[in-house]
Design a protein around this ligand. Structure first.
Ligand code: HEC
Ligand code: HEC
Ligand code: HEC
Length: 437
């Protein structure tokens, strides 16, 4: 379709040397153009669905956002590669390293540059000043009284998978985050822990800290800056003609009516692309095919229109198709990806957000939400970032934050993951744009 429009525009221009003829021709050719676009589009639509340009929908090569960590994590699993070192088959026999230094160990367990620190998941007596520790793991403040032998403690820190294949604890030794001598220091410190932690405030105690409740009115433009996108920016873009001479408004004059539930049915399996398509990727491909605009995923225009299309569906219950054969297969791939251990810290999405794992607990000062409740408010204004994040950017961050490689936002794996997430959120009503920390 794009080709047809472009070719027509070119032949139109080559006919237009004389200005008077040009005016006459302009009217006629535009009428022909409009009719043939409508015919081409409706033919294609009847056969397959709305026009979609078959190009990459995000920048290539994909470059991680500026300001995000740049460490090389290519030696570890990602959503596309299974390359992490294997887990050990037997406990190690620690030797000299056990004569470690407890003071050095106390510093190491609170060192945030080492995978976020042990305090991310454990209360550990005085370590780190007991400043906002998490409670994904047990309180270890009295582990020194628990009768654990040195080999157990050493191996639990080196790679807990030798004792518990389902552990969520990162394999600090196997993945090279701490060396053996450092693990010896940590074990020496653990053995000194014999009395309950003293917290400076009740908030520091993760077992007493109240769970956060988002109470801001996300649809109030005075509170949520992202409302500007849906009230001003997107309606203006809707009417802006692209290189093909058409705008969204040329074909959709009443979007509030036409698209009042559409976004709630997304993402969906798209046979022509052989992948699951989300709202953002749809906008890129459909805009390119119908207007000629290059609104790549993560561009400002794309975020504005994607936020708008979801906003138009506010109140509609999330209802993705997971029944058709291909959609079901995608859902199952998404589910498998959500339990895949990735990155240097070796976490799966489910390790942090799964109801049976760490969800509804604290990882350091951050509350871990369950999968259900995570989608209805995306794209979301993030007060801590002063910008709008769509769901794919959130996926990317949850990977980079655990020292795993992210993928381009239009990666098919993210489509599968988003479909799985949407299915977990079926029935929840869209309320977009959201606002979160
Ligand atoms: C992502 C959360 C997480 C992080 C980070 C973490 N742990 Fe754990 N840890 C756990 C959980 C959960 C358990 C409970 C057993 C299990 O799941 O394997 C545990 C168990 C342990 C145990 C065994 C306790 C016992 O009763 O024998 C030790 C020792 C331990 N952790 C030490 C550490 C040290 C030291 C660090 C930092 C180097 C650390 N953990 C970081 C989650 C974590
Ligand atoms: C040349 C005409 C044309 C233009 C321009 C156009 N569209 Fe469409 N669009 C269609 C047709 C045809 C369909 C399929 C039938 C329908 O749902 O109306 C469609 C469908 C859609 C759908 C529903 C998709 C689905 O899966 O059913 C959305 C959302 C949409 N368009 C948004 C946009 C946006 C945003 C723009 C501007 C970037 C745009 N359209 C520009 C013709 C156009
Ligand atoms: C180490 C723990 C951890 C892992 C692993 C993790 N996340 Fe997160 N995730 C967080 C934290 C912390 C937040 C912010 C607090 C919250 O809302 O849960 C978050 C937020 C989110 C949100 C937004 C929640 C909201 O309501 O705004 C989504 C969606 C999400 N994660 C998806 C994923 C996916 C998909 C994966 C797997 C690729 C993943 N996460 C892996 C810790 C994690």
């Amino acid at each position: 379709m794009t080709v047809t429009v472009t070719q027509m525009m070119q032949s139109f221009h080559s006919l237009t040397e004389n200005p008077r003829r040009r005016r006459w021709l302009a009217g006629g050719a535009l009428a022909i153009l409009a009719v043939s676009v409508a015919v081409a589009v409706s033919l294609q639509t009847r056969a397959q669905g709305p026009s979609l340009a078959p190009l990459a929908a995000s920048a290539r090569p994909w470059v991680r956002y500026s300001g995000w960590p740049t460490r090389d994590t290519s030696k570890f699993n990602s959503m596309t590669a299974l390359v992490s070192p294997p887990s050990p088959t037997a406990p190690r026999k620690p030797g000299r390293e056990l004569a470690g230094d407890p003071a050095a160990g106390q510093k190491l367990v609170a060192d945030r540059s080492r995978g976020g620190s042990c305090l991310a998941c454990h209360v550990m007596g005085p370590a780190g000043g007991a400043d906002l520790p998490g409670n994904v793991g047990p309180d270890l403040s009295e582990i020194g009284n628990a009768g654990r032998d040195d080999e157990w403690l050493f191996n639990y820190v080196y790679d807990a998978r030798v004792y518990n294949p389902d552990t969520v604890m990162p394999p600090w030794g196997t993945h090279g985050i701490f060396n053996e001598a450092e693990i010896g220091d940590i074990v020496a410190f653990l053995k000194t822990l014999k009395s309950p932690a003293k917290f400076k405030t009740a908030l520091d105690d993760p077992f007493k800290r109240p769970s956060p409740v988002e109470q801001r009115d996300n649809l109030d433009g005075m509170i949520n800056p992202a409302m500007w996108l849906v009230e001003e920016r997107a309606p203006a873009l809707w009417k802006t003609a692209g290189p093909a001479g058409t705008s969204c408004a040329s074909c959709h004059s009443n979007p509030a009516q036409s698209f009042r539930a559409w976004a709630a049915s997304m993402p969906k399996w798209e046979p022509r692309l052989n992948k699951v398509l989300g709202v953002e990727e749809f906008v890129t491909r459909h805009a390119k095919a119908t207007t000629g605009q290059d609104w790549l995923m993560q561009s400002e225009e794309n975020t504005a229109l994607s936020t708008y299309l979801r906003y138009l569906a506010n109140g509609a219950p999330i209802a993705p198709d997971t029944e058709s054969t291909q959609a079901k297969a995608a859902y199952q791939r998404g589910e498998a990806l959500s339990t895949r251990k990735i990155g240097a810290l070796n976490f799966s999405c489910a390790d942090c957000h799964g109801a049976e794992k760490s969800a509804s607990k604290w990882i350091r000062g951050q509350w871990l939400g369950e999968l259900r409740g995570q989608l209805d408010h995306f794209p979301t204004w993030r007060t801590s970032q002063q910008s709008v994040w769509d769901i794919r950017k959130r996926f990317q961050w949850c990977q980079v934050a655990i020292w795993a490689d992210d993928l381009p936002p239009d990666a098919p794996e993210y489509g599968d993951l988003e479909l799985y997430l949407a299915a977990q959120n079926t029935g929840q009503k869209l309320s977009v744009p959201g606002i979160r920390h």
